[in-house]
Design a protein around this ligand. Structure first.
Ligand code: DON
Length: 579
């Protein structure tokens, strides 16, 4: 194995990457150990901090900061790099959300580059002849794809808030696609796991498997010529290349050939939107997170509002009492999600009421402090609506007072599994995030209602919650996670771990997590809770289920002039690195 590794064409690459990574790891880990004096330590920096789910993206973004670029430049560079090195979630064929905080302007804005339903989409497009929702079609066919927003969103971020050109931001990605990178065990395992779906389409099979159908193994060099050419065209011709140029033509031809709905007009008409983040406060800190079409910010603030009424710090971290109260608050919020949330450009969301303290107080009265309330007896709050399985997150902070919190996705790992022939990138299957039929759960078990029904040009409801916590005018915590329905609760727990329990940011990210989403009525936990805690929760009526790890939250905490980066150990390739 070792010999094979060093006989690869890309051995210098491998050596260089390994070398740089090891140096980064050892220098930062050593410094961190000294500063914090404990084992689970964050990575410190003074002039900039990058935390992503892939060390190569961390590296390309850090280089941008090193050369004097700002956090937005670094974020766009990281996003394009991830589209090459982490195709299971990094993308140009999907969409996402970016929160940008500027201390100088003292504002936080949100860029919504979520995919949109094609103009020919219809409410019952995923129902079969018996009127049942057909998840095979909503997840794995060309109909599964929404009009991609990533390229437009990243270009907008750069044009409005960046300092470097699109060409500069895309260039490391072009290099990684053209010259290739060394396959990691995680990359290889992912492609083995999803072989059945990815080998369905010729265009996908020939990119992700060798000519004889065999696997790329750790140590192999992985080159993507078509993707490199697409990225080069974007770098040379700008954002319109993706939405009107050759790339758009290839995507539209792919759709026409296989019964998809996205037309050239859909591509030309796609525009990202700058929105005002949802704002709330928690024990004196300001919380900014993603507004609709994400449900993330609304329910994050709603759950925090409910929990603020309890002495959580006294109850202690991951004690049965704390977990009980969190689970009860989560149930109420997810019940509201199922009914009230959708794209605000199409439906009225009772946003102000959902994030109000008054509403949280009324919800708190429905919580029994000792006993679990069965989900079957909980229903969404009656609010006046007329009141006005892979994603990736990264957090970046610069020395100019900017912070970027970005989550983007193609929905599942490798999205729909369909590569656009000739363009080398995967299409999302985000249409599955709409409710195909009211009351029928999506892939994450989330129930949706009329507010999230399919309509032409509408954005499908999301849970992605890129979040920035401020202390006065200063950025304090930059965080966010993948994990479908678990994104909101994962983000919640890191905020609580820092604010309520005083854990350092790495311990906050690493600590075992819990999740409840109303339906199914189960309290999902990660490995690591004590057996006696589990026993108390069961005795209190919780249906406790230990399942796989949840989320991958990449976070930065800024304190006393230092930046502390914490990569989530749930992703083997994740890396925090600072300047
Ligand atoms: O927008 C959403 O909420 C989902 N499409 C996100 C999917 C996801 O996080 C999968 N990752 N593990």
């Amino acid at each position: 194995m070792e010999r094979k590794f060093f006989e690869q064409k890309g051995r210098w690459w491998a050596a260089a990457i390994l070398g740089v990574t090891l140096i980064l790891f050892s220098v930062t880990a050593y410094a961190a150990a000294i500063i914090e004096g404990e084992r689970m330590t964050p990575v410190p920096g003074k002039e900039g901090m990058v935390v992503t789910s892939h060390f190569l993206a961390t590296e390309t973004a850090l280089e941008v900061l090193q050369k004097g670029g700002n956090a937005i430049d670094a974020a766009v560079t990281a996003a394009f790099s991830l589209a090459v090195i982490q195709p299971r979630s990094g993308n140009i064929g999907g969409g996402g959300f970016m929160l940008i905080s500027s201390e100088k302007r003292n504002d936080v804005i949100a860029i919504d580059y979520r995919e949109k339903a094609p103009s020919q989409a219809s409410v019952d497009m995923f129902l079969n002849q018996e009127g049942k929702a057909d998840s095979e079609v909503s997840r794995y066919s060309h109909l599964a794809a929404g009009v991609p927003g990533t390229v437009a969103g990243l270009a907008m971020a750069l044009a409005e808030y960046g300092t470097i050109s699109l060409q500069e931001a895309v260039s490391p990605a072009i290099r990684l696609a053209e010259e290739g990178f060394i396959v990691t065990p995680r990359f290889s395992d992912g492609l083995k796991e999803k072989e059945k779906i990815l080998k369905r389409w010729d265009s996908t099979r020939k990119i992700f498997y060798k000519v004889d159908g065999s696997y790329y193994e750790p140590g192999d060099l992985f080159v993507q010529k078509d993707l490199a050419a697409t990225l080069r065209r974007i770098a040379e011709n700008g954002v319109q290349e993706f939405y009107e140029g050759k790339t758009a033509a290839l995507l539209v031809a792919e759709m026409a050939k296989h019964g998809g709905l996205i037309t050239l007009a859909d591509m030309q008409n796609y525009t990202p939107v700058i929105r005002m983040p949802v704002h709330g406060t928690y024990r004196g800190y300001d919380i900014y997170s993603m507004p609709p079409p994400s449900s993330g910010g609304v329910h994050l603030v709603q759950i925090l509002n409910i929990l603020e009424g309890y002495p959580i710090p006294d109850h202690g971290h991951n004690s049965a009492k704390t977990i009980h109260l969190m689970a009860e608050a989560m149930k109420l919020a997810y019940a509201d999600r199922s009914f009230h949330l959708g794209d605000e450009d199409f439906v009225k969301v009772p946003l102000k009421r959902l994030v109000s303290r008054e509403y949280a107080t009324s919800l708190r009265q429905r919580i029994d402090p000792e006993k679990a309330t069965p989900s079957s007896t909980i229903s969404p709050g009656k609010l006046n609506p007329c009141e006005s399985n892979e994603t990736t997150h990264f957090s970046i902070v610069d020395k100019f007072g900017n912070a970027v919190s970005n989550t983007y996705t193609i929905n599942f790992s490798y999205g729909s599994g369909i590569v656009v022939e000739g363009a080398g990138f995967l299409l999302n299957n985000e249409m599955d995030d709409f409710s195909a039929k009211p009351g029928v759960p999506n892939a994450y078990g989330l129930i949706g209602g009329e507010a999230n029904r399919i309509e032409p040009n509408k954005r499908m409801l999301s849970s992605m919650s890129p979040t920035i916590v401020k202390q006065g005018e200063r950025n304090y915590l930059v965080t966010g996670s993948p994990g479908g329905s678990r994104i909101i609760t994962t983000t919640l727990q890191v905020i609580m771990n820092v604010i309520d329990h005083g854990l350092n940011v790495q311990s906050s990210v690493t600590a075992p997590r819990i999740h409840h989403q109303w339906l199914p009525d189960e309290l999902r936990i990660e490995e690591g809770l004590s057996p006696d805690t589990i026993k108390i929760l069961q005795n209190n009526g919780h249906n406790v289920k230990q399942e796989a790890a949840m989320g991958a939250i990449q976070s930065v905490l800024i304190k006393n002039g230092m930046m502390y980066g914490a990569a989530d150990p749930r992703r083997s390739t994740a890396l925090a690195a600072g300047l």
